[in-house]
Design a protein around this ligand. Structure first.
Ligand SMILES: [Zn+2]
Ligand SMILES: [Zn+2]
Length: 267
């Protein structure tokens, strides 16, 4: 076992992912209150003082709401691209001050090493200033985290390839979104190629990427209004079945809880 993985919250109202090894404990985003992050970590047996850093995907509030509190409370290194930092600095009335010594700049497409984990980010299509997704490597294992994707392109496909565990966005069901109560401009935003990924496209890409070393796919960042867990699951399940890809104890499909901790996965 190289990695432990769990979602502490995953959805349009807040995202926070835990990924750790024996030596290293990371969060990806902290878009919920500091309290909720602490409670989530407690559930999976991690003391927040043990954290080694938070990797930020982009500056939307559902990804950074608790970052200021956690940085100040635990003196945590926060990693983001230069452009994302510029935006977060502008938002300090919402996020609160982040101490200078906690700010670390990452460069896309460049590997960085933190203790025993190699981290690599890459750009994704989404309506933020410089949004990224992440790959984490340890020995022969790879974990990929990719949410807030307007569409799938070759870069994303290449980056998700070969992963042992993927957290992928399944934000909405297109029909639910279209007939739902969201105002027109918001529907257009979500459906645009810099918006969010729908269940159907998530299903297609998982089926296309499937390989025998893929151990778990977790569907995340579900919309509260335009999706529900059973629908996201069924859409992906049907597509896998249509390609004769069976779920088993060595290949699991799960939906992350919007609020609260999902199971802990070991890869
Ligand atoms: Zn976003
Ligand atoms: Zn988001």
């Amino acid at each position: 076992m190289e990695f432990r993985f769990s979602t502490i919250a995953s959805g349009s109202s807040g995202n926070c992912i835990y990924l750790g090894s024996e030596k290293t404990h990371l969060l990806i985003d902290a878009g919920i209150s500091g309290k909720k992050v602490e409670r989530g970590l407690q559930t999976i047996g991690i003391d927040p003082h043990e954290l080694d850093g938070i990797f930020i995907t982009h500056e939307h509030l559902d990804h950074i709401k608790g970052v200021g509190v956690l940085a100040r409370r635990y003196g945590l290194p926060i990693y983001a691209t230069r452009l994302t930092w510029n935006e977060m600095d502008r938002m300090n009335s919402v996020v609160g001050e982040i101490p200078k010594e906690c700010k670390y700049v990452i460069e896309k497409n460049k590997e960085m090493v933190l203790n025993d984990i190699i981290i690599q980010s890459y750009g994704i299509p989404h309506d933020a200033v410089d949004p990224v997704a992440y790959n984490f490597y340890k020995n022969r294992k790879k974990v990929s985290i990719a949410t807030d994707l307007g569409h799938i392109n070759d870069t994303i496909e290449k980056n998700l390839d070969d992963s042992n565990l993927i957290l992928l966005e399944a934000n909405h069901d297109i029909d639910m979104l279209e007939v739902g109560s969201y105002p027109y401009f918001l529907k257009q935003r979500i459906l645009s190629d810099r918006g969010h990924l729908c269940n159907e496209v998530a299903a297609q890409i998982i089926t296309k990427l499937y390989h025998s070393k893929l151990e778990a796919v977790i569907l995340g960042h579900l919309s509260r209004e335009n999706n529900f867990p059973a629908l996201a699951y069924q859409t992906v399940y049907n597509e896998l079945m249509a390609s004769n890809i069976e779920l088993s104890s060595s290949f699991q499909l799960k939906v992350a809880e919007r609020e609260g901790v999902t199971d802990v996965y070991h890869v």
